[in-house]
Design a protein around this ligand. Structure first.
Ligand code: PLP
Length: 479
């Protein structure tokens, strides 16, 4: 460890007219285990980082991700304008904070709340924070109800299926709630209302259902689960709320399937989360949690602080955060409106349907979600062509495409599949090239007959620790 800065300060020694690529920075390795003794010129720091980040995949070709990779120049200008605003400072930045409130009410309207003016909610960093806050509110409401009735509160449980995102497991773990997770079936990747009913009881704080499942992009039977919960309440008196995880589907269903009943039109739906940074079409850093009305958010969870001036009610895990992505969300609401979102969603759905059709028609692939709840295409190999989806995924990487291959959770772990998330910046012309590259990779692999892997390749979902270690080793870092 260095206590004293060593060597000359490069800022004193680099003549301004030496070009960036002629300076020391480009022939010096950065010791990532030591805090730098000296600074460097701004353009040098920028160029070093900017260039090194090109080792990453290209965002637009990353078909693994739901997260937005393109916004209009005006949105980017607005983001730049608002980078300096700390969103929590409602007293100093009241206009910024009103935009968040307005987004929540507009979402209440989009999600068919009985009275959009009465919904309460919050802008979060993403759906993960939104889901945890939503479930925490249901846990507290359950505790408050039980205490008032003189009942024990030591055994809360939450019921959901394996098709949910890992954040549901995290919530159960972090907040000491028993997780009653319903396994997938080898040939069915969503839950049924009957499976949920078998697991609920008077200690169930909430049931979770997904609109746009993480692995397959399907929808749980939300309306049937709602009807079951209504019936159970009338038979047994258990008032169990339904939280809908609409991380990816919340900005698709209202435009692509307006008649699908999944939202506040269903009486047991107490809260909904949606990722603004997925089909809400904003860059990473914004999610939404919306409660049906204020009765669903226990008051004892809402904190008020006064040291930034004025009293500020907050229900978030974070305090300081950027305002830019919240402003960008409102930009999209105003700029696109329903008709704008409809036209974009219709294009992504049409492109996903086209991909589905072409993949199925080749006979080489079997589509796992032909119903297309959202523009996500999932498929597995037909039969055994002598290679697996992991080979195919790796081969597509050589052409720049990032198409993940993975296995499903138990009891469907023998299903190995690939997933293409169709976002607004994947044009039909690019899909044509993608299909050509995919078939070329298929034919090459079929000719090569590579060595089969023993089991699925470790990836971020099936083996996050392994995947992280691989990334670090590549960069010369150690765990
Ligand atoms: C269904 C579902 N829920 C929750 C999440 C987590 O969302 P976020 O990345 O916005 O935290 C995801 C992410 O893909 C998801 O697909």
């Amino acid at each position: 460890m260095n206590s004293e800065p060593t060597g000359p300060d490069p800022l004193d020694t680099v003549p301004a007219d030496i070009p960036v690529h002629g300076r020391r920075g480009f022939v010096t390795e950065v010791d990532t285990t030591q805090f730098p003794d000296h600074g460097m010129a701004a353009e040098e720091a920028y160029e070093l980082l900017h260039t090194a980040l090109m080792l990453d995949g290209r965002e637009t070709l990353n078909l693994a991700s739901f997260v937005t990779t393109w916004m209009e120049p005006e949105a980017e200008t607005l983001i730049h304008d608002t980078l300096r605003k700390n969103h929590i400072d409602h007293e100093e930045y009241p206009a910024a904070s009103l935009v968040e409130e307005a987004c929540v009410h507009m979402l209440g309207d989009l999600f068919n709340a009985p009275d959009p003016a009465e919904v309460v909610g919050v802008g979060t960093i993403g759906s993960s924070e939104a889901i945890m806050l939503g479930l925490l509110a249901h846990k507290r409401a359950w505790v408050n109800r039980r205490k008032a009735a003189g009942e024990p509160t030591d055994r809360p449980n939450v019921v959901f299926g394996a098709e949910t995102h890992v954040v549901w497991d995290k919530f159960a773990n972090y907040f000491d709630v028993e997780m009653r997770k319903i396994h997938m079936k080898p040939d069915r990747y969503v839950v049924t209302a009957a499976e949920v009913e078998e697991r609920i009881d008077e200690n169930t704080i909430a049931v979770g259902a997904v609109l746009g499942t993480t692995h397959i992009g399907e929808a749980d039977p939300i309306s049937e689960i709602n009807d079951m919960l209504v019936r159970v309440e009338s038979e047994k008196g258990w008032d169990i709320p339904l939280h809908v995880d609409a991380a990816s589907g919340g900005f698709v269903a209202p435009f692509a399937h307006p008649d699908l009943l999944w939202d506040f039109r269903l009486s047991k739906v107490a809260s909904i989360n949606a990722s603004g940074h997925k089909y809400g079409l904003v860059y990473p850093g914004v999610g939404w949690l919306v409660f049906r009305d204020r009765s669903k958010l226990p008051e004892d969870l809402v904190f008020s602080v006064n040291y930034l001036g004025g009293a500020q009610p907050t229900y978030t895990f974070n305090f300081s955060r950027g305002s830019a992505m919240i402003q960008a969300q409102m930009y999209n609401f105003l700029r696109l409106g329903r008709t704008g979102y409809e036209s974009i969603v219709a294009n992504t759905m049409a492109n996903a349907a086209h991909l589905n059709e072409k993949l199925a028609e080749s006979g080489r692939f079997e589509i796992l979600n032909p119903g297309l709840a959202e523009p996500v295409v999932t498929f597995k190999l037909t039969g055994d062509p002598g290679f697996d989806v992991y080979h195919l995924s790796a081969r597509l990487r050589e052409d720049g495409w990032i198409v993940p291959a993975y296995s499903l959770p138990p009891d469907a772990e023998d299903v190995h599949l690939m997933r293409i998330v169709v976002r607004l910046d994947l044009s039909r012309q690019m899909i044509k090239v993608l299909l050509r590259d995919l078939h070329k990779a298929y034919e090459d692999l079929q000719a090569e007959q590579p060595t089969q892997r023993a089991s699925s390749k470790a990836d971020l979902w099936t083996a996050p620790a392994h995947a992280a270690a691989h990334g670090k080793a590549r960069m010369g870092l150690h765990n």
